[in-house]
Design a protein around this ligand. Structure first.
Ligand SMILES: [Zn+2]
Length: 274
């Protein structure tokens, strides 16, 4: 149970139950999936069913969770072996990832994870402020109890993952928190924009964040949930403060790269070409 303030009253909310079940913007079959695949283009759509979907989802998550570093090369043949799919399916996945700006295709030289610059940081955070502060303002005072439960559950799970040292999980949950807000607002264009902005944010954190810490700070997300129960100006200001803190945390400390075969180990066992 967490205690949250609602209109000057304390309110106890069970955190782990019925998450997202009453979200008016989700169809019933999307409710659970939205938490599993937040990174799939557009956020919150059907489960991956093809080999190309699996490759897409694995690479998107690997970028988001800092398991793929900026500049990392993605070779079709190696990926095809890793996922036990054809190079054609790998190529399809890479093309979609490039369209969503998760990776970049190099002329006749395959694909690689982008290497965002500090100039990119300026434009990405400017765009996030425009979208996410507006989302926060519009959601202020209008979230249902189940939506508040879902947000608190994500923030608490993120804090717990962070406490246990499960960094990739904490980063994933952090992204889910921001995507959940966009989804609750209900404008699919906002959700798609954020889906495109999160991988670049994650790569910026991987490249420039001191000590290679997680993308967000869980307690800030809990603060945001409190602010979202107040006025539009309070909610918008809290989101602006949060994004400002993230941007200010960037410095110039590169992280070591990892081997591709280790990055996708978790995906190998259940990878089947369809
Ligand atoms: Zn955050």
């Amino acid at each position: 149970m967490l205690t949250i303030m609602t209109d000057d009253k304390k309110k106890d909310i069970p955190i782990a139950s019925q998450v997202g079940a009453d979200d008016p913007h989700l169809k019933p079959d999307q409710t659970a999936q939205a938490h599993v695949n937040p990174g799939m283009a557009g956020g919150g759509f059907a489960a991956p069913v093809t080999g190309a979907d699996r490759v897409y989802e694995a690479i998107y998550q690997a970028v988001l969770e800092h398991r793929l570093s900026p500049g990392e090369r993605l070779r079709e043949e190696e990926l095809a072996q890793q996922f036990n799919v054809s190079r054609t399916l790998v190529r399809q996945a890479l093309q979609r990832l490039a369209q969503d700006q998760v990776i970049e295709l190099l002329h006749n030289r395959g694909a690689r994870v982008p290497v965002p610059s500090m100039e990119d940081a300026t434009t990405v955070f400017e765009a996030r402020r425009v979208v996410e502060c507006e989302v926060a303002k519009r959601l202020a005072g209008r979230l249902t109890e189940s939506q508040l439960q879902e947000l608190l559950h994500l923030a608490e799970s993120e804090a717990e993952a962070d406490r246990l040292g499960h960094r990739a999980q904490a980063i994933r949950l952090s992204g889910e928190f921001h995507q959940a807000l966009a989804r609750m607002h209900g404008n699919p264009v906002f959700t798609r924009w954020l889906t495109g902005l999160l991988p670049t944010t994650s790569l910026l954190m991987a490249r420039f964040k001191l000590e290679g810490g997680q993308v967000c700070v869980a307690h800030r997300h809990i603060d945001l949930v409190f602010a979202l129960q107040k006025s539009a100006s309070v909610a918008g200001a809290e989101m602006r403060k949060h994004l400002h803190e993230l941007e200010q945390s960037l410095t110039t400390v590169p992280l070591p790269r990892r081997q591709l075969r280790d990055v996708f180990q978790a995906y190998r066992d259940d990878t089947t070409e369809l």
